[in-house]
Design a protein around this ligand. Structure first.
Ligand code: CTP
Length: 371
């Protein structure tokens, strides 16, 4: 098998394989990197798995610049001749509760035990990096076959219970690569969603996975449609009233460029109440405290036209005059200046206001002066 790394990266990897042999450990490519190589996608990052303790192995090499070490997980970030390479130790994991972060039960376990803790067969293929520059394929779970058939299969029946974010990861792979869950996986997912246990759920991990799922505008809408239709929100809530039409309409109306944040807000945030606001000035002052994403989600939940009025007509109205202009008109430093500036803004925000430019604002101050 030939892998398209740069010449420099290739040389470093060959050297690492020789050093690993001398140190008495085996090293591998695994996970997304191998999946991408098999699918013909050029690898971006280089991650290496050490069957043993990666930290001990890397610390024995004098040509490696160690950037950070995570002892509990046996991971180590490095730079070698300017190229960033992350190393991990093989590990066995255990999920004490459904959806929680896994506990490492053994560092430096066999490659087989490391592979079996992984999400999908397509991500559980390893390539042993041999000292002679060749690679040895380890495909215990027929991941290559599933890549060919574009099928997503977990490795054991408790996989989605252990880590329900795998449902969302699967959806991401499905949309990115045009894969689909196997029939058995569809059943396992439905079973999980019927009675999800959220007691130990790592919400942070779910949010991280949602960020990744919705990160591409190209797929975010499709991903959200499926998230709603297939009730994947049940990973987090028993029920949630989510409407694709409402959020997509609001995204258009509020000209949101990055859908991901808005969609995640819509999923996670509780709708909030806005007090009675009598004038355009009050609407302006109130909504000014929120960013476009928050107002967009508020509008999606409430259809409150005041939010749209603020966003489309009021938010960009700004004063041209400053406090110093009022000083020039005879005002003294103090609260009165702020009060008068607000009065001008209030007039400027009126529908069909005649206060439009700097001169209009000055004239308004002169006419309505409270000196
Ligand atoms: N993994 C897992 N369960 C998760 C997350 C990750 O088993 N909930 C394993 C998978 O084997 C995965 C590897 O960790 O291949 C690395 O995960 P990650 O970097 O998040 O994704 P990739 O599979 O590399 O895919 P990509 O970065 O291309 O999305």
């Amino acid at each position: 098998m030939k892998i398209k790394f740069s010449e420099k990266t290739d040389k470093i990897i060959k050297n690492l394989a020789l050093e690993a042999k001398n140190f008495g450990v085996k090293i591998y490519f695994v996970g997304g990197l191998v999946r991408d190589i098999i699918m013909g996608i050029e690898p971006l990052d280089v991650d290496i798995l050490v069957e043993g303790n990666a930290i001990d192995f890397i610390s024995s090499l004098d040509f490696v610049d160690i950037k950070s070490v995570h002892k509990d997980f046996g991971t180590i970030k490095t730079q070698i001749e300017g190229i960033e390479i992350d190393f991990a130790s093989t590990r066995k994991e255990f999920y004490p509760l459904s959806g929680c972060l896994p506990e490492v039960v053994e560092l430096g376990c066999s490659i087989e035990d490391d592979l079996i803790r992984r999400d999908f067969t397509i991500n559980a293929i390893a390539l042993e990096i041999l000292a002679d520059g060749n690679y040895r394929l380890i495909d215990k779970f027929s991941g290559c076959h599933d890549i060919k058939n574009k099928t997503l299969k977990v490795l054991h029946k408790n996989s989605y219970i252990d880590d329900p974010t795998r449902i969302l990861r699967g959806l991401d792979f499905k949309l990115r690569f045009n894969f689909d869950f196997s029939e058995n996986d569809k059943e396992l997912i439905n079973e999980y969603l019927k009675s999800p246990s959220r007691e130990g759920l790592s919400v942070d991990r779910v949010i991280l996975t949602l960020n990744k799922l919705f990160s591409s505008n190209l797929r975010a809408k499709e991903a959200f449609r499926e998230f709603v239709d297939k009730k994947y929100y049940r990973i987090l809530f028993d029920n949630k009233d989510l409407s694709c039409k409402k959020i997509f309409d609001a995204i258009e109306k509020f000209k949101i460029e990055d859908y991901s944040k808005v969609i995640i807000k819509y999923i996670l945030d509780e709708p909030f109440d806005v007090p009675e606001l009598k004038t355009r000035f009050e609407i302006y002052k109130y909504f000014k405290q929120f960013d476009a994403d928050e107002i967009c989600v508020y509008y999606t939940n409430t259809k409150d036209e005041r939010a749209l009025l603020y966003f489309s007509k009021l938010k960009d109205i700004k004063l041209n005059i400053k406090g110093s202009d009022l000083l020039n008109l005879g005002y003294k430093e103090g609260k009165l200046i702020g009060f008068m500036l607000d009065k001008v803004l209030e007039a400027k925000l009126e529908e069909n206001s005649s206060v439009l430019n700097f001169n209009d604002e000055i004239e308004f101050v002169k006419k309505n002066t409270i000196l």
